[in-house]
Design a binder for this molecule. Structure first.
Ligand SMILES: [Zn+2]
Length: 298
């Protein structure tokens, strides 16, 4: 899950990595790439994706598979990135099995919440009479006061070459939103998530000589933090709650802000009618009666 921020001045890109441990619990770690200047383009995303996968592979060599998700912005949903996925898998040793796009500006709530804490962190550092003018300064600000839980920061440059990232064309790439890599030649695509069995299409031929764009990391990520955010699938309901889930309709409550954040990262909201009136019951029975033809007198 990713987000690009800052059209002018410095740019940063936030990737949230969710891993499932042997105990079945999920961990969230955010990787932030900061650039002094960067064109928000497919080639940058391709390089960032490799950098993230390489970093998590070196931290955890047992990782073998990845499922990607991002919003529908043009720099993600483009032919060159989709066509690079199998080369990225080979190069990083982590097989990218799926890529799903959500609607523009939707489905990146973990990134948005981390970005909110990152902005607050930088604001606090600036209030302490520090200047934050460069990408290096932003990394310093974000790592001040022990950093932000579960966030690792690097300063990077996009590779400066005269060679243009080849403008590959792939008819239809914009009309599909879900991609599942089946073999090196075939990919299964859907227009909408989980609707039907999808359609198997072949990759258009990709020039073999093409190298993947890479990043030059000028200030590397810090070591993995021992306290990455731990996601539990608790749905709340604790005694003397202080925090209520802000999702409309969700009745989960929590004693700490951390627990609330974990609940929102998982996104399994607890929707429950507080009480069911006689009218609700009648409506449900009526709905059952009219939606089935096999049973029920109508
Ligand atoms: Zn909720």
């Amino acid at each position: 899950m990713t987000d690009f921020f800052g059209k002018r001045g410095r740019s940063w890109h936030v990737s949230a990595v969710i891993t499932k441990g042997d105990d079945g619990k999920f961990d969230v770690e955010c990787f932030v790439h900061i650039f002094n200047s960067c064109r928000q383009a497919c080639s940058a995303i391709c390089a960032i994706l490799q950098s993230v996968l390489q970093t998590i592979k070196s931290d955890n060599p047992a990782l073998k598979k990845a499922f990607l998700r991002s919003d529908n912005a043009g720099c993600y949903h483009c032919a060159p990135l989709m066509l690079s996925l199998s080369s990225i898998s080979q190069k990083t040793g982590i097989a990218v099995l799926r890529y799903d796009f959500s609607d523009p500006q939707a489905g990146k709530d973990i990134c948005d919440r981390k970005i909110a804490s990152m902005k607050t962190h930088i604001r606090r550092y600036v209030n302490e009479k520090h200047d934050v003018l460069t990408a290096e300064g932003m990394k310093e600000a974000l790592e001040s006061h022990g950093g932000i839980k579960g966030c690792r920061i690097a300063v990077a440059q996009t590779e400066e070459t005269n060679r243009e990232y080849p403008r590959q064309k792939w008819e239809g790439v914009k009309s599909w939103n879900n991609f599942m890599l089946e073999t090196d030649e075939d990919i299964r695509v859907w227009r909408a998530f989980d609707i039907g069995v999808g359609e198997v299409v072949s990759f258009p031929p990709v020039p073999q000589t093409q190298d993947l764009p890479t990043l030059k990391i000028t200030a590397p990520f810090g070591p993995p933090q021992s306290h990455t955010s731990h996601i539990t699938t608790s749905t709340g309901g604790e005694k003397s709650p202080l925090f209520h889930c802000p999702e409309p309709g969700c009745v989960a409550t929590f004693r700490s802000a951390n627990k609330l954040e974990e609940h929102m990262d998982v996104g399994e909201h607890l929707k429950e009618l507080e009480r069911e009136s006689a009218y609700d019951k009648i409506r449900k029975q009526w709905a059952q009666a009219v939606t089935g033809i096999a049973h029920g007198p109508v």
